[in-house]
Design a protein around this ligand. Structure first.
Ligand SMILES: C[S@@+](CC[C@H](N)C(=O)[O-])C[C@H]1O[C@@H](n2cnc3c(N)ncnc32)[C@H](O)[C@@H]1O
Length: 269
């Protein structure tokens, strides 16, 4: 993600993701209501809400705020509950621009909000056992932990030629390799969260998926754009520079397109 607050930054170019999160507001309200026994427990005084793959834009601030308000609202409806303290946790890879993120936080630190950042991959443990009441991730879980090794091995049936993403010319074994990686990653993600969530806690997963194994044009909305861009860069720059750029562009694309091949049985939220 491009950091900072410039015109190309994620912060300034994440309206689509913000809209996506708004579309699950009702589902979040329902989930919180159905976990009322947890949130209305009279012994509860601190709620921990974590956003995994938060990036550095304002989306994560609004998402955490929405969830916190819903929990507070539920408690207020019932009346005479003691005030809650909210620990709002931003989590992303260590390379995330946490500086920009924390500078965007407008809530005063202190009651009821206490903010913190946790660097690390969500494909592993991030928090102590039974410590999180509401964990969420939006538009991040389609990033694989790594590129499957077999797709770069010329001697493997999964060799994906010069492409680091699933395309219509990918051999079935390459597609299977991406699917297996996504499945392994998701399994690690779920096992980690299972240990971190309190009993009755909520896990909200929002990420792009494909509903079929068939590959069609609609699954590759950016592929021709990327290819044109790479071609343009290649013709403008020296050969060595253009080669390295095309590799890194391909990696980006693989991360966004390999996304959901094996995740088609997963449901949003
Ligand atoms: C498209 S942004 C989504 C940001 C935000 N959730 C939103 O909806 O606007 C994807 C984020 O996922 C993060 N990410 C990718 N792989 C990750 C991993 N293994 N662990 C934690 N974060 C990861 C990236 O660093 C990036 O900040």
């Amino acid at each position: 993600m491009e950091g900072g607050s410039g015109k190309d930054s994620y912060h300034r170019n994440s309206g689509l993701q913000a809209q996506g999160f708004s579309s699950v507001h009702a589902a979040i309200e329902q989930a919180i209501a159905s976990s009322a026994p947890l949130f209305l427990d009279s012994s509860l005084d601190v709620i921990r809400i974590a956003d995994l793959g938060c990036s550095h834009g304002s989306n994560t601030i609004q998402a955490l705020d929405f969830v916190a308000r819903e929990i507070i609202r539920l408690r207020e409806q019932v009346g005479d509950r003691k005030p809650l303290e909210i620990q709002a946790i931003f989590s992303d890879l260590a390379i995330n621009d946490f500086n920009t993120l924390f500078a965007l936080v407008r809530h005063p630190q202190g009651e009821p909000y206490f903010f913190s950042g946790v660097p690390g991959s969500f494909y592993g443990r991030l928090f102590p056992r039974s410590s999180i009441h509401f964990a969420m991730t939006s538009y991040a879980l389609h990033y694989l932990s790594k590129i499957p090794e077999s797709i770069t091995d010329k001697n493997s049936p999964a060799w994906n030629r010069d492409s680091m993403f699933v395309s219509r010319s990918s051999p079935p074994a390459a597609i299977e390799a991406f699917a297996q990686q996504a499945s392994d990653d998701l399994s690690i993600f779920l096992h980690s969260r299972a240990q971190e969530l309190v009993t009755g806690g909520i896990l909200l997963l929002m990420f792009p998926i494909r509903l079929s194994h068939e590959l069609n044009e609609a699954d590759f909305p950016f592929q021709s754009l990327w290819k044109d861009l790479i071609q343009e860069v290649k013709s403008d720059l020296s050969l060595s520079l253009s080669l390295s750029l095309s590799v890194s562009l391909s990696v980006c694309l693989s991360l966004s397109l390999s996304l959901s091949l094996s995740l088609c049985s997963q449901h949003i939220c």
